[in-house]
Structures are given as structure tokens and as C-alpha cells.
Design a protein around this ligand. Structure first.
Ligand SMILES: *Cc1c(COP(=O)(O)O)cnc(C)c1O
Length: 404
């Protein structure tokens, strides 16, 4: 049997796979170059007087089948817009997941809300509706669900729960562009859907964010929140409420408009490659490919192991297939900002009396500490790239099974 690369053997793969960290794993073409040049040559880089951001908002809303879209400067900003639209009283609670990017959670704290973490499904890492229901209190104002790695969360169940309890539902779709949830896309079941254009997402302009909603009042509040509360739709010349500058630039919008034309193909190509990987490893014992009911859009490709994720991930990475054990090193609530209440000065506000102990969300902790290995996924993986990934996984699987 071939020696593992981690023990000095020859790696399955010696050339790097396409990666989002350079041109090999991104789809930026002449059209994006022309779009950026068009804006620069126009002399107008600001959306306040330009046309590109407004056009992008219209195009994104119609792609998603939404009435309104508001562009902003990042995915975190998009989530901040959504929480600001919820407009919690200080100390109000928003229920969310412990497995995500921190951009899901910090906007809650920035609006002086308390993030309440509900546990996740052990199979997908997405919020478990029963755990969300158990976390609802009289102070709950909203549920903020994440479609982790591109696999839709049980959003219709969460919708029903929110309706029953009079809560707003926010969808964090940063990892889930065009993921079908029934006959609509992720982002359209909640009151607000939030998207990111950061470098590693399905489409990118370096940074940027978009929200969609059908609610005119929520849309207006979010637009005002990108623009210091300054109402450009009236001639009041005043600041209507506390808000920041989260405006997207014309350059970002022009590039994103081209990226939008590539999005469906990006999703299709990610799905094709992932299906090939799943078929190639489906027979391996003790290793579970992601569950896919035709709805996974594969921002990443998560694998579930019975245990031993750290040696396993190190061995696979050494074979030339980089991967991350756990996705996170700890659930979000373990971060100093939350568990240590590192918020506003030494006050701990608004988390005084709130504890985030070890064991708060046992399934999330099990996934992060024992089960999850995440492979970066990419639309530019060729068939032979995926063959190499299959071969590397099979090699590691056999070798480590024999060792144990
Ligand atoms: C990337 C990401 C964010 C944050 O987006 P930024 O554009 O990096 O601010 C939020 N939530 C999830 C699930 C993400 O993947």
C-alpha cells in the first residue's frame, strides 16, 4: 500500500488545486475588466450619483424574485442592515447558530441585542427547529438562520415557528446563492435574505453585500442604515436614526453585475464536481458525504467522520487536498467577544448575566471537535481534479483505517 504523504510518501496531488485565493479558482473575465474601466472612465465612483449600484439592486432583486434589494459594503454589513431593520430594544434576543462566520453574530451585538445560540442538526450543521423553539423567550425578536456550506437550513419549518411566535426571520445566504428551498431560492422564505461578495463566495467583487426583501418598510430602513439615516427619497435633509455608512461603490457594483451573469453556471459546475466526488467516495465506511436533495450549492464540501478529524485532515492536506478539521476551532459563542463579554469598554453590555458555557450546544461542539472536515470547493475543479480528490480521500481512508 502506498505510504501516506504525511509519513514521507508521494502525495497524490503535487500541483495546487484551483483556489479562490487566485485567478485559478475565480471567474473574472474581460467583461469584469470592461465594467471596472467603464466606471473609472465615467468619473463617477459613488452610488449616490451613479447608476451601477441601482442597476445591480434591480438585477439582483429580479434574479431572486424579490421586490427590493439593497446593496452594501460586505456580508457582515448586509446582516447588520437586517438586524437594524428588526430594530431590537437593548437586551432583546435574536436566536442564531453557533456554526457560521462571526459576521452572522456581531451585528446582533452591535445593535445591543443578545445573541442566543440554538443547537444544530448533527447531519448538516444547520439550526435544529426544535432547539430554536426551545430557545424562544418573551424577549425574542427574530431568528437568524444560516444555510451552512450551501445546504439549505429547514427554512420552511423556521418560517412556521416565527409566524407562530410573531418573530422576524433573517436568512444568512452568504454561502447559499441560488439554493432551492421548495419553489423559491434561499433568502426568499425569511423576511430578509443576506448575501456576501467577499473573495471566497460563489461570486465576488472582493467585498460587498446584498439584501433582499419584499417589505417596503424593511427595505427603506435598511437603505437608510447604509446611508447614515439620511433620507434621499424625501427632501428632509436630516438624520432619521442612528446609522452608519455602509454604501457599496459603483466599481463594486459594476463588477458584481457581471459576476451575476456567471452565477448559475458557477452553481451548476460546483454541483457537478461535488456529485462526482460523492459518487467516488460513497462506499467508504465511517465517512459521510454531505446530504444533498438536489438543493446543496457547495460553498464548501463538508465530510462527516466518526472521529479522528485532526490526523485525517492533516493526512489529506499532505496529499495535496487542503482541508480544515472542524471548520471553526470552537463554536462562535466561545470567542472572547461573547464568552468573555469583550464588547463596550469593560461594561460587558449587553451580555451582563448572559453565559455561554462549554456544552451550550452539544451537537455543534461535537461537529467542530470530532466530526467535521471541510474541503474548499470550486467551480473550476476539472474532472481530473475531482479524480485526484477522490484518490487522495481513498488513500487516506485506507491507510488510517489500517493504522487504527
Ligand atoms: C462570509 C460570511 C459572512 C460575512 O460576510 P463578509 O462579506 O465576509 O462580511 C457572514 N455569514 C456567513 C455564513 C458567511 O459565510
Amino acid at each position: 500500500m502506498p505510504e501516506l504523504a504525511v509519513n514521507g510518501g508521494t502525495p497524490v496531488r503535487s500541483t495546487p488545486l484551483p483556489s479562490v485565493f487566485n485567478a485559478s479558482g475565480r471567474r473574472f473575465g474581460d467583461e469584469e475588466v470592461a465594467a471596472a474601466e467603464r466606471v473609472l472612465r465615467s468619473g463617477m465612483l459613488s452610488a449616490t450619483w451613479g447608476t451601477e449600484v441601482a442597476a445591480l439592486e434591480g438585477e439582483f432583486a429580479s434574479l431572486l424574485g424579490a421586490v427590493h434589494s439593497v446593496a452594501c459594503s460586505s456580508g457582515t454589513a448586509a446582516l447588520h442592515l437586517a438586524v437594524a431593520a428588526v430594530n431590537p430594544e437593548p437586551g432583546d434576543e435574536i436566536i442564531t447558530t453557533p456554526i457560521s462566520d462571526m459576521g452572522t453574530v456581531f451585528p446582533i451585538l452591535m445593535q445591543n441585542g443578545v445573541p442566543v445560540f440554538a443547537d444544530v442538526d448533527l447531519a448538516t450543521g444547520n439550526l435544529d427547529p426544535a432547539a430554536v423553539e426551545a430557545a424562544i423567550t418573551p424577549r425574542t425578536k427574530a431568528v437568524l438562520a444560516v444555510h451552512l456550506f450551501g445546504k439549505p437550513a429547514p427554512i420552511h419549518e423556521l418560517r412556521a415557528l416565527c409566524d407562530q411566535h410573531g418573530l422576524l426571520l433573517i436568512e444568512d445566504c452568504a454561502q447559499a446563492y441560488l439554493a432551492p428551498v421548495g419553489d423559491v431560492y434561499a433568502g426568499r422564505v425569511g423576511d430578509i435574505g443576506c448575501f456576501s461578495l467577499q473573495q471566497s463566495k460563489h461570486i465576488s467583487a472582493g467585498d460587498g453585500g446584498l439584501v433582499v426583501t419584499d417589505d417596503a418598510a424593511l427595505a427603506r430602513r435598511m437603505r437608510l442604515f447604509t446611508d447614515k439615516g439620511w433620507p434621499r427619497d424625501t427632501d428632509e435633509r436630516t438624520y432619521l436614526f442612528l446609522a452608519l455608512n455602509y454604501r457599496m461603490t459603483e466599481l463594486t457594483a459594476a463588477v458584481t453585475r457581471v459576476q451575476l451573469t456567471r452565477l448559475q453556471q458557477v452553481v451548476d459546475d460546483r454541483r457537478t464536481g461535488a456529485a462526482k466526488l460523492t459518487a467516488g467516495i460513497g462506499d467508504l465506511v465511517g465517512l459521510l458525504p454531505p446530504s444533498d436533495d438536489g438543493d446543496h450549492v457547495y460553498w464548501q464540501y463538508p465530510l462527516l467522520l466518526e472521529d479522528g478529524i485532526h490526523p485525517w485532515a492533516a493526512a489529506l492536506t499532505a496529499e495535496g487536498v487542503p482541508c480544515t478539521p472542524g471548520y471553526l476551532t470552537a463554536p462562535l459563542y466561545a470567542a472572547p467577544a461573547l464568552r468573555g463579554k469583550a464588547t463596550y469598554g469593560g461594561s460587558g453590555f449587553p451580555l451582563q448575566g448572559v453565559e455561554y458555557p462549554v456544552g451550550l450546544c452539544p451537537n455543534a461542539e461535537t461537529l467542530i471537535n470530532e466530526r467535521l472536515v471541510v474541503l474548499p470547493w470550486n467551480e473550476n475543479y476539472s474532472g481530473s481534479d475531482v479524480d485526484d480528490i477522490v484518490a487522495a480521500i481513498r488513500k487516506v481512508h485506507t491507510a488510517l483505517a489500517l493504522e487504527s
